[in-house]
Design a protein around this ligand. Structure first.
Ligand SMILES: *Cc1c(COP(=O)(O)O)cnc(C)c1O
Length: 233
């Protein structure tokens, strides 16, 4: 068995155990393999083990990799910071964007989504850590952003995403994930059909699942430690 296949099995076992601990069905948690910095060959290996969904954070890296792996028919999720001059490539190649924090980016993605592709599935990224994190809209802004984005014709608003600040404080971490869940529930009460909570990574996926994560974004535990100096294509 290769390292990646063993790692994938171990992550699936962690997801199953976390779901069992809180009475959830593991079928309700998607494993998104975060493949940034990893070469196409590593993704092929994961795909050969049945991994279907991959997350990328850098447009320049993702575009050639997605082209090189077109034969895999994988599902591509963009999870990194997105600038307006890079939206077109994402609109043309990805199925999901998790990191929407501004209306302008959403408007561009909707306008640039090619006819013939299904709507782009999107999550609003919310800053659940206050001043400790700069990415994401403020929790108090999420409802207004959802109201502006929901009508965009070529997007489908699916839920919320967060990256809590790194911490060893399990109680604090859990409260960050709980905040995202409560915000999602509040938006649902306002009428948005949100079924997605994108939260939890290699070190904290169990806590995220306990608070309702439906997508866990896992890089290191699947592929190993990242080396940012390597050529990723
Ligand atoms: C890199 C990254 C991950 C994966 O982190 P790991 O700790 O390697 O599992 C998840 N989400 C986002 C947004 C990332 O950029």
């Amino acid at each position: 068995m290769t390292t990646i296949s063993a790692n994938l099995q171990a992550v699936h076992a962690r997801i199953a155990a976390a779901c069992a601990a809180c009475g959830r069905d593991p079928a309700g948690v998607l494993l998104l393999a975060v493949s940034k910095t990893w070469p196409a060959a590593a993704l092929r290996e994961a795909a050969a083990c049945g991994q279907h969904a991959f997350g990328e954070s850098y447009v320049q890296e993702a575009v050639p990799k997605i082209a090189a792996l077109a034969d895999l028919a994988a599902e591509w999720h963009f999870i990194g910071p997105l600038q307006s001059n890079k939206t077109r490539a994402v609109a043309e190649t990805c199925a999901w964007v998790h990191s929407i924090e501004r209306l302008k980016i959403a408007e561009r993605l909707s306008a640039q989504r090619p006819a013939g592709l299904p709507p782009l599935q999107v999550c609003l990224q919310v800053n659940v850590s206050g001043e400790d994190s700069k990415s994401g809209c403020a929790p108090a802004e999420a409802a207004a952003l959802a109201a502006a984005i929901a009508p965009l014709p070529n997007l489908r608003l699916r839920g919320l995403m967060a990256i809590p600040e790194p911490t060893d404080d399990e109680v604090l971490l859990r409260s960050r994930f709980a905040l995202l869940r409560e915000l999602r529930d509040e938006l649902k009460r306002r009428g948005y059909a949100l079924d997605t909570l994108s939260m939890g990574m290699s070190h904290d996926l169990e806590t995220a699942i306990a608070e309702g994560a439906t997508i866990v974004r896992v890089g290191t535990a699947v592929f190993g430690a990242r080396n940012y100096s390597q050529d990723s294509v």
